[in-house]
Design a protein around this ligand. Structure first.
Ligand code: ATP
Length: 248
């Protein structure tokens, strides 16, 4: 792969729902180690964009490329297999299970008891959980505790850990800091920075400009289904972004 090749490229993507043009000719690139914020007012098209990238909605037209190769997804599973993992606000965690069990949900490692009886390898799950969370610089005291005991930021870390364990190269995060207190928001920002340091690409949807400016390299602003503007974070201001969001 050429180092200039984006990890993810969305090229002139449109998605219509009958007469509603939820997205019209929108483009977006994410390079390795880059965090791109996707911003926009309610109804701007953010959710439609992430659903197109994650295999939920086939685009009406346009292309999606991963490392320069055109791809089409027939399902979220398909997108996942190509390295795109989407973390929605509900996080899709099983509350009564441990971090390890959440990472392996439905794909548990097995071992043979007495050389023939297949059982879940809980030790391997716990070790994978520890190593994965350490990779994110997130140190958990109780690997045997159910995730229902965890704070919002810790739960977000488990969802990210699951994506990382299964080799997601591009993580799409829908409002990961919404509904969190300030210290927890900081933890999530730190987690996103560690994904970036590992060379993964992140698309980060948020209404919170402070978080966007704390963690993103670039921002793509959608307005009523079109890209209203794209800026490097180092070259823009909150005021300019708000103007792009509301227009005029
Ligand atoms: N399944 C659908 N059927 C019809 N219209 C839809 C559908 N999904 C989205 N839309 C329309 O597409 C437009 C973009 O919606 P989308 O949910 O992508 O915006 P958003 O930026 O995510 O908004 P929010 O911040 O409120 O979640 C809206 O006008 C919405 O009503």
């Amino acid at each position: 792969m050429n180092s200039a090749t984006p990890l993810l490229e969305v090229r002139n993507l449109s998605r219509y729902f009958g007469a509603v043009h939820a997205l019209d000719n929108c483009s977006l690139v994410v390079h390795p180690g880059e965090v791109v914020a996707l911003a926009g007012d309610n109804g701007a098209g953010k959710t439609t964009m992430i659903k197109a990238i994650s295999g939920v909605y086939p685009p009406t037209s346009g292309e999606i490329l991963i490392e320069g190769k055109p791809v089409t997804f027939s399902s979220p599973q398909d997108a996942r297999e190509k390295g795109i993992e989407t973390i929605y606000q509900d996080l899709a965690l099983a509350d009564n299970l441990t971090i390890g069990a959440n990472i392996f949900l439905g794909r548990e490692p097995m071992k043979k008891l007495f050389g023939f009886l297949p059982v879940i390898d809980r030790k391997a799950m716990a070790e994978a959980a520890r190593a994965t969370m350490a990779q994110l610089d997130f140190h958990v005291k109780r690997l045997d505790a159910p995730v229902s005991n965890f704070s919002g930021g810790q739960r977000q870390a488990v969802a990210i850990g699951r994506a990382v364990y299964w080799n997601a190269r591009i993580l799409i995060m829908d409002e990961p800091t919404a509904a969190l207190g300030v210290p927890e928001q900081r933890k999530v920002v730190a987690l996103i920075k560690s994904l970036k340091a590992q060379g993964r690409g992140v698309v980060f949807i948020s209404h919170n400009l402070q978080d966007i400016f704390a963690v993103s390299d670039r921002i793509v602003v959608l307005r009523r289904g079109i890209v209203a503007g794209e800026r490097k974070i180092s070259e823009t201001t909150h005021e300019e972004v708000v103007k792009l969001m509301i227009g005029g």
